[in-house]
Write a protein that binds this ligand. Structure first.
Ligand SMILES: [Zn+2]
Length: 269
């Protein structure tokens, strides 16, 4: 699944390639793309996992890659690496072809219009941005979610904050020694903010490129603490790492029962 850092890297690459390009043709699988024909690209940016391509005709193209989406670029006539039927967005430009395969969402928005603003507004602060406002995140989580929401769901909720994907979810909980069974209502603002501060540090470190590393220890064992290490010894305490599908929409989750004990009751501090 593309995490926030991946989409930011992609946006940076597409911006480098497409800024100022003329969209000679735009074809969308499920929509009419003709209104963008002839437009010039004025910006490409990421907000959380959403990619926005802005143009000089007052229209923007928003795409969300979901679990399986990817962008590819080709020279005219070059064979594609995936079948044409999987192409959701095709941009024919004076700088070659740009194809988005298997997007979860694609839509054309009026750049200044309500839906565009709404699409950005309904997302939480972006953890990859220069100075994300971490102070308001705990209040935002409590306003959006019920007290019995599991932290695994809170961390993945892009309305609370953008940028945490399923890998970092498990890693952040490990690094902050929080049980994946902990609930929002039993977690203090201080602990919540600490989780997001940790996540921001992780996603921004990966922004420069290279693999995701949450365990920068050069012993050749693992660059992640718990993710996909079910049944293996914890790299910190030796207990057996557990794994299960947890959450309202169950997603694979990994944790160490030794390092991340469940809070018996009351507010954690
Ligand atoms: Zn452990």
């Amino acid at each position: 699944m593309p995490e926030g850092d991946t989409v930011h890297k992609l946006a940076a690459e597409l911006r480098r390639r497409l800024l100022g390009a003329i969209l000679e043709d735009v074809r969308l699988r499920r929509l009419q793309g003709g209104s963008l024909r002839g437009a010039r690209v004025t910006d490409v940016s990421a907000r959380g996992k959403h990619l926005f391509l802005d143009t000089d005709v007052g229209l923007s193209l928003r795409s969300h890659l979901g679990m399986y989406g990817s962008w590819h670029s080709y020279r005219p006539g070059e064979p594609w690496s995936k079948p044409q039927r999987q192409a959701d967005i095709l941009l024919v430009t004076d700088r070659g072809l740009f194809v988005c395969f298997n997007a979860r969402e694609a839509e054309i928005l009026s750049s200044g219009g309500f839906r565009h603003r709404d699409a950005r507004h309904r997302l939480g602060p972006d953890l990859i941005a220069g100075h994300p406002k971490l102070e308001g995140i705990a209040a935002r989580a409590r306003a959006l979610l019920e007290p019995d929401a599991l932290l695994v769901d809170v961390l993945l909720d892009q309305r609370v904050a953008c940028g945490i994907g399923n890998v970092y979810k498990s890693e952040v909980l490990f690094l902050e020694a929080r049980s994946p069974y902990a609930r929002l209502g039993e977690t203090s603002d201080k602990v919540l903010t600490g989780l997001y501060r940790r996540a921001a540090g992780l996603v921004r470190r990966t922004l420069g490129g290279g693999p995701r590393v949450t365990r920068p220890v050069a012993d050749g064992r693992s660059t992640l603490w718990v993710y996909r290490r079910r049944g293996l010894p914890c790299l910190r305490c030796g207990a057996k790492v557990e794994g299960a599908d947890l959450g309202g929409i169950p997603r694979s989750t990994y944790w160490c029962p030794g390092c991340q004990p469940a809070e018996p009751s009351g507010m954690s501090s």
